[in-house]
Design a protein around this ligand. Structure first.
Ligand code: XMP
Ligand code: MG
Length: 181
């Protein structure tokens, strides 16, 4: 599949799966049952694979919500100006909420999302991201759960795309430069 497009495998399927078990254990420990289920907010489309695996790894009941946002900017970097394409279906007031992200790069998208969701008065609000790039320090965003710190390279697979392709790869890899040109 995608013969020759992937320059290297950065994180294997096995490593992703082990990390998700660790993150799930950590999160489950931090959210003793309160009577109301934890709400996971997945950010479409990139976080879909992580969201579904993470939800199934969590030994506590969760409800799944999705948001789709578009950030204005070039294809590979964002500006922090965000538009909601799909909002949550439910009110999160009084609920424990965890935002589930595929990757934090500049952190601008997340920073906006945190403010937006915080204004809806959840009981608590945290972030769980599978990947984080070094530039994430540009914006101070409190991220409690991080799967992998990765180098500043464009990555695809496991939900992450280039021009909507490669999301279906089970691992995370870097793209061969010939794909861009
Ligand atoms: P910021 O910069 O606001 O943006 O943290 C995060 C969003 O940018 C996209 N992004 C990537 N997508 N491979 C991708 O497929 C990457 O290496 C990459 N880096 C950033 C992604 O949509 C993420 O939610
Ligand atoms: Mg994304």
């Amino acid at each position: 599949m995608y013969d020759g497009d992937i320059a290297s495998v950065l994180i294997t399927e096995q490593q992703i799966s082990e990390k998700i078990s660790e993150l799930a254990e950590q999160v489950a420990k931090d959210y003793p049952e309160t009577g109301a289920d934890l709400v996971l907010v997945g950010v479409l489309k990139g976080a879909v694979m992580f969201m579904t695996d993470f939800a199934r790894a969590l030994p506590v009941p969760v409800q799944l919500e999705f948001m789709a946002v578009s950030s204005y900017g070039s294809a590979t970097s964002s500006s922090g100006v965000v538009r909601i394409l799909k909002d949550l279906d439910r009110d999160i007031a009084g609920r424990d909420v965890v935002i589930v992200e595929d990757i934090i790069d500049s952190g601008l998208t997340l920073s906006w999302l945190l403010k937006n969701l915080a204004s809806r008065n959840p009981r608590s609000l945290e972030v769980c991201t599978l990947l984080r790039k070094p530039d994430a320090v540009k914006v101070e965003v409190p991220v409690k759960y991080v799967g992998f710190e990765i180098p500043n390279e464009f990555v695809v697979g496991y939900g992450l795309d280039y021009a909507e392709r490669y999301r279906d790869l089970p691992y995370i890899g870097t793209l061969d430069p010939k794909v861009y040109s």
